[in-house]
Design a protein around this ligand. Sequence first.
Ligand SMILES: C[S@@+](CC[C@H](N)C(=O)[O-])C[C@H]1O[C@@H](n2cnc3c(N)ncnc32)[C@H](O)[C@@H]1O
Length: 359
Amino acid sequence: MSTIEHAVEVDGEKLMQFVFRAVDEVGATLNAALVVMGDKLGLYRALAGAGRLSPAELAEPTGTAERYVCEWVNAQAAGGYVIHDPDSGRYTLPPEQAVALTDPDSPAYLPGFFQIALGSVIDSPKIAEKARSGDGFGWHEHVHDVHEGCERFVRPGYNAHLISEWLPALDGVVEKLQRGALVADVGCGHGASTILMAQAFPNSTFVGSDYHDGSIETARQRAKEAGVSERVGFQIAPAASYSGTSYDLVTMFDCLHDIGDPVGAARHVRQTLKADGTWMIVEPHAGDRVEDNFNPVGRAYYAFSTLLCTPASLSQEVGLALGAQAGEARIRDVVQTAGFTRFRRAAETPFNLVFEAGP
Ligand SMILES: C[S@@+](CC[C@H](N)C(=O)[O-])C[C@H]1O[C@@H](n2cnc3c(N)ncnc32)[C@H](O)[C@@H]1O
């Protein structure tokens, strides 16, 4: 029998403060499921702009059972997502929450963020097993909520910044796109960035690629729905071997750190770019020192990095595993190791860093 000696005294008050903070976090963890549920069932959309509704009045138009809605809406009220009116027993969705929870065109739109988080949590037992063995877990192996949640999470940020800020921050790129350029969007997922650029620059041609066949199938469908299929092709290809040459612009949105061999991919980008071409790399916002990232955004990204990005890279050849909080210095190192001579930070938002590289 062994005895554990507590040499350090525990402050009871601090212990209880931590426990109650953790209670809040357990509520927040469960709320990820409730937000996804509210989004899928149309509960937020029914509440938005509807004034005060009782659970029965919310259940009726959404075709849901009042008893479930009652518990759901009380959890929302306890979390500050909706406001409860004790006199009438009814609930209101404040206008700010209505924007964040129901307006996909707003940069503040949140359901995709929750959907990818919940999908990641759903797959977490598999990641825990991989953490024992050190093996990877590919992006393609995740549940659909990870893929669709990713698309719905990134699109509002791209809508808000890509055309108006990020591309104009690159040297001479907008002028080329306006005249008619050839663009490769590598690791394009469901093609949110590819389609947005194609809509903004009707004289240019776009080739999206991703190693995940399911994502490419969806990207093709999205391009068709957006009416840009003629100028936007998609191919199933790893970043190290997508086809085509003489690209004016190669873009990588939130995927360089997911790639097992980012240096190999970077060498391929260099070979496929024109001599005066540009490589645009969009990565999660991060400082170079881990302690720079101990904030709410860094916390979410380190969690995604544990559950999605690091396993994805480890599942591929080389398995460099840059992580979602790689930071500028590590990205610069990858880019320069591949032989690029130009590299700079061109733009940033609280969520993203945008780099420009050139041969
Ligand atoms: C976080 S998602 C970003 C998707 C997309 N760029 C976006 O912004 O919505 C990362 C993407 O990288 C892709 N990916 C990972 N490793 C890859 C590789 N070696 N070659 C090509 N794509 C890769 C995944 O399939 C996934 O679609």
